[in-house]
Design a protein around this ligand. Structure first.
Ligand code: TXA
Ligand code: MG
Length: 340
């Protein structure tokens, strides 16, 4: 299949491109579009055949539900059976934005969107091209991250093309995404929200908005704990094995040198400050703060291929604020977690 590509820099001058992409979605085809978090692989959320194409193109397990993207608060509400008061507060503060609400579904989306669950995950992306596309299509769009299942999520159109070109109808290129890690997913079916997947909207931000502390997920037993089904799968895996290492720069260097002595070519991913103290066979800077680290993380995970390095050593980050989401993804990408 030929995959059409459009570059959307200035929305005003690309209305025809958006209309063309929207028409493909209305015809039941798949189109990749930018959001503020990562690129999404979109399909008409009300069309079961179109949604089935998402699972086929990604090689996604059938029991992993999709997030539905709405263009407005009204459209978001129209897709749920019921919204608790705290969800309304969160929508007012964080939507559009990187927060996905898991709500009781009302049958408006195709069955395979929710993978048989009674709930549906919905969010309003904070990206002008995404909003324009959803509006032009006049449809809610089911859209997982636009990567092959198991690989890092795409933060550039080129990442999505690497994984999906030839298998889908089109790719809207809106440049690099801003946030870089996927949205926070919260279960809104209980008395208090429960974070199913950490993201840029942090636990502290949610608690402050609703005026209550969140139920601790750790306090719930494994069987009680409501989960995002997708979180159980291996994710974000780079081509080369990755060790996530919590230690001082000197300790990281010792580990790198040790592995090099074993004959391995070692690449390192770390913050810009740490990198200045390290010598390895390849390096990727994760920037100078947690925002920059999130934004560059998946590009880094895609950077080293089998020909370039035998091992990636990645610095661990503090698990506070955005660091919770960064470490959540890195732990899933890593084949080993070492605390020195
Ligand atoms: O930022 C994002 O959320 C991106 C952009 C494209 O919007 N999308 C994204 O989708 O990350 P995906 O499919 O890669 O991840 C969706 C996650 C999965 O872990 C899935 O299991 C969970 O959300 N999820 C979706 N619907 C759910 C539901 N009804 N109940 C529990 N978890 C749900
Ligand atoms: Mg994904």
């Amino acid at each position: 299949m030929h995959t059409k590509q459009w570059t959307i820099d200035d929305l005003e001058h690309h209305k025809e491109d958006i209309a063309e992409a929207a028409a493909l979605l209305q015809a039941g085809e798949l189109v990749v579009f930018p959001t503020e978090t990562v690129y999404g692989l979109g399909a008409d959320a009300t069309n079961e055949q179109a949604v089935a194409k998402i699972f086929a193109a990604k090689g996604r397990p059938q029991d992993n539900p999709l997030i539905v993207h709405a263009a407005s608060k009204e459209q978001l509400r129209s897709l749920a059976a019921y919204l608790p008061d705290y969800a309304e507060k969160l929508i007012d503060r964080f939507s559009p934005g990187p927060l996905t609400y898991v709500l009781p579904e009302n049958g408006r989306c195709a069955r395979n969107v929710t993978a048989g669950l009674q709930t549906v995950g919905i969010r309003i992306p904070d990206h002008p091209a995404a909003i324009a596309l959803i509006k032009a299509a006049g449809l809610p769009l089911a859209a997982p991250s636009a990567n092959i299942s198991g690989k890092p999520s795409p933060t550039a159109a080129s990442h999505a093309a690497e994984d999906l070109a030839g298998k889908i109808a089109g790719i809207l290129d809106g440049g690099p995404t801003g946030v870089g890690v996927e949205s926070t997913v919260i279960d809104c079916t209980g008395d208090l929200p429960v974070i199913l997947r950490p993201g840029a909207v942090t636990e502290e931000m949610i608690a402050e908005t609703i005026g209550q502390r969140l139920a601790s997920t750790d306090a719930l037993s494994e069987t009680e704990k409501p989960k995002a089904p997708g979180m159980k799968y291996r994710h974000y895996a780079p081509e080369v094995p990755l060790w996530l290492v919590n230690g001082k720069p000197g300790q990281l260097q010792e580990l790198i040198s040790q592995q090099q002595k074993q004959g391995l070519r070692v690449a390192v991913m770390a913050s810009s400050g740490t990198l200045t103290e390290l010598h390895a066979d390849g390096q990727f800077s994760l920037g100078g703060n947690l925002q920059e680290t999130a934004a560059h993380l998946y590009d880094g995970l895609r950077r080293f291929e089998a020909g370039d390095a035998d091992l990636i050593i990645c610095e661990a980050f503090p698990e506070t604020g955005l660091g919770v989401a960064i470490m959540n993804r890195l732990k899933k990408a890593a084949s080993k977690y070492i605390e020195l």
